[in-house]
Design a protein around this ligand. Structure first.
Ligand code: NAG
Ligand code: NAG
Ligand code: NAG
Ligand code: NAG
Length: 280
């Protein structure tokens, strides 16, 4: 091997094994099965993960108890406070730097269209983006608020299977987004809203396709040109249609509304090879 070629080969290995530092958060609470399955899957994929999520679940149940793993943290406050604590306090402590990325979710239940304004999962992803950390909110249709202990006690329950499946899909998505070393990962001031459809009839990761979408239908808006059109499908219709389509929407982290075509295009470029067109 030529010396230069060898040097380049060594450098790319160093880059590949240089684990990316992630903060993981949600709004269902730090002890819910979905976030723990996501934590397991991201760690197994080689990411360096610190979890920082609310102490209470959405029903207000206090889930504070001691974790032996210091990378699993609860914050007795709102999701936005939990992610802020992760970024501002835990990341310097564990990573010695800002996190490379924030994963919010997967949420128990979809967060679609104008409904995202009420979502703590989307809110936490927006907060990360506004602090300059690239982020994505993930939500899944098939899920229930059950304890992480059920992942082991009932590994074949619908909740456990969905939690494992969605977490596998999330790893694929994050790996794709972070694959290029070009920075920034995402344009400033935006976050992504990803929604997974029901696992019914979509039981394997390979069954899923990813579709680039907009938040709300708007026939007068001009979107990024893709799939032979400059009108993106709206995420609700994509997640609800038959087949196994996950939606990917770029949203303004301040207004939680759709962004312009150029901003959509910058994100779409990073997802080349992952997103596909809807069948006509
Ligand atoms: C957590 O650990 C502390 C210190 O070991 C102990 O005093 C406390 O009772 C524990 N809390 C729970 C809920 O187990
Ligand atoms: C969240 O709260 C509900 C209702 O109180 C409860 O049934 C559920 O087990 C809780 N989730 C967790 C993760 O403990
Ligand atoms: C988000 O919306 C605000 C308020 O309309 C606007 O000033 C900002 O430029 C938008 N950011 C992006 C990335 O679209
Ligand atoms: C639809 O898009 C047009 C053109 O971008 C914009 O002026 C309008 O505010 C949008 N309507 C809604 C409801 O978002």
């Amino acid at each position: 091997m030529h010396t230069w070629t060898r040097l380049v080969a060594v450098l790319s290995v160093v880059t590949a094994i240089n684990a990316q530092n992630l903060i993981l958060t949600n709004d269902d609470g730090w002890a819910v099965a979905q976030i723990r399955a996501q934590n397991d899957a991201l760690n197994a994929a080689g990411f360096n993960v610190v979890l920082s999520a609310p102490a209470e679940n959405e029903s207000g149940q206090d889930l504070r108890f001691n974790a032996s793993d210091t990378r699993l943290n609860y914050v007795n406050s709102f999701p936005v406070d939990a992610v802020r604590f992760g970024i501002q306090t835990l990341a310097p402590e564990f990573f010695g730097s800002a996190p490379d990325f924030v994963v919010s979710g997967p949420n128990v239940g979809n967060n679609l269209g104008s409904g995202v304004t009420g979502s703590g999962t989307v809110g936490a992803a927006c907060e990360a983006a506004l602090e300059g950390i690239p982020s994505t909110a993930f939500s899944g249709d098939t899920a229930s608020q059950v304890s992480y202990t059920t992942l082991d006690s009932s590994p074949n329950s619908q909740s456990s299977l969905a939690a494992r499946l969605y977490s596998t899909l999330t790893v694929t998505f994050v790996q794709t987004l972070l694959a290029s070393s070009a920075r920034p990962v995402l344009p400033p001031g935006v976050t992504l809203n990803v929604n997974y459809p029901s696992t019914s009839g979509c039981s394997a990761a390979a069954d899923y396709s990813w579709v680039f979408t907009r938040l709300t239908p708007n026939s007068s808006a001009v979107d990024v040109e893709t799939c032979g059109s400059d009108h993106l499908p709206d995420e609700t219709s994509v997640v609800d249609r038959s087949g196994c389509f996950a939606s990917v929407t770029v949203i303004n982290a301040t207004t939680k509304t759709d962004v312009d075509a150029a901003t959509q295009g910058a994100v779409l470029a990073r997802l080349t090879g992952l997103v596909t067109c809807l069948p006509s």
